[in-house]
Design a protein around this ligand. Structure first.
Ligand SMILES: [Zn+2]
Length: 168
């Protein structure tokens, strides 16, 4: 096992190591509220995905540069004032860049956001429930049963995705 870990570490590019270090530095400097606001944990998870896919995907290669640019902007802001000062517009474009990368990861690499399946399970449950309700001629009971089935399916799919390492 120990040997495997060594191999993984060696395979990580300089880019990833640098990115990880920089995100770590930002996390040390910023308070918890700003961690969330600037999605630092998410950035690190995205970095790992881009690292993995950039060998086979030119778009991910480009996104790596976008991510580096985002972190540079954060660093610059921190150097100037110790806190991040982003205008509304800048913050908007910051989130836009992140969302753009996530959109690509979902579409091209079959990944999902955490809670995706549990989120849609209510919809599945209601649809199943209405069908069952019609069959039983008891809409209330049908929807109740459907909701339980939907939740079960959602939890199952979410676990499966986690096992397959498909959650961003
Ligand atoms: Zn890609």
């Amino acid at each position: 096992m120990k040997q495997d870990n060594t191999v993984i570490t060696e395979n990580l590019s300089e880019w990833y190591k640098k990115t990880e270090k920089q995100i770590g530095l930002h996390k040390d400097t910023l308070n918890k509220k700003d961690h969330k606001k600037y999605k630092l944990d998410l950035l690190l998870r995205i970095a790992r995905r881009l690292e993995n896919f950039s060998n086979i995907c030119s778009e991910c290669q480009t996104f790596k540069q976008d991510l580096t640019k985002l972190l540079q902007d954060l660093s610059y802001s921190l150097q100037v004032s110790n806190t991040i000062q982003m205008s509304k517009e800048e913050h908007k474009s910051y989130n836009y860049t992140i969302n753009n990368i996530i959109k690509h990861l979902k579409k091209q690499h079959n990944l999902i956001s955490e809670g995706y399946y549990t989120g849609i399970s209510t919809g599945i449950g209601t649809a199943v429930g209405v069908g069952l309700g019609a069959a039983f001629e008891n809409t209330g009971a049908g929807i109740g049963l459907g909701a339980a089935i939907g939740t079960g399916i959602g939890i199952y799919l979410e676990r499966k995705a986690k096992k397959e390492d498909r959650i961003i």
